[in-house]
Design a protein around this ligand. Sequence first.
Ligand SMILES: [Fe+2]
Length: 174
Amino acid sequence: MTKNDTAGSNVSVRAGSEPTADLTREGVTEISKELRHLLADVFALYVKTKNFHWHMSGVHFRDYHLLLDEHADQIFAMADDVAERTRKIGGNTLRSIGDIAKHQRLRDNDRESFSPKNMLIELRTDNRELTRFLRLAHEICEEHNDVATASLIENWIDQTERRSWFLSEIVSGQ
Ligand SMILES: [Fe+2]
C-alpha cells in the first residue's frame, strides 16, 4: 500500500470490521466460518501428505515420495488462497496451530507404522472428503451470491479431484 492509498475517504473502514465485498453481514459470517474449517482441513491434509512423503518406503519409494511432494505443494498453495479470500470478504481466519486443531474435520494420523498402500488409501479418502467439504462450501457461497469464492472453490475441487484420481489409479492397480 502506498502513502496515497491511505489518503482516501474510506480510511476508517478496516478490513475485518466491514464486509469489503458486496455481501451481507450474515453472508460474510457464514462463508468465513466455512472457510475457516476448510483452511484447517487443508493444513491437516498438508501435514499428513508431508508425513507420508517423509515416511514412505518400498519399491515405489521414489514415485510415491515425489507424487506426495507435488500434492503437498498444491495443498499448501491452496491454504494461502483460502485465508486471503476470507480476509478479502471482511472475515477473520485461523491464527494458530491450536486454532487448526479446533476447526479441522480431517483427522491426523500419528501411527508409527503404516504401509505405503494404506498411506495412499487414506490420502485418497481424505481428498475425497475434502471435495465433499468444498462442495458444501460452494453451496453456501451460492446461497449468498458470492460468485468469486465459489469460482475459487471450483478450481480447488478440480485440483482435489485430480489428486484423488492419481491416488485412486495407483491403489486400484495394486
Ligand atoms: Fe521433501
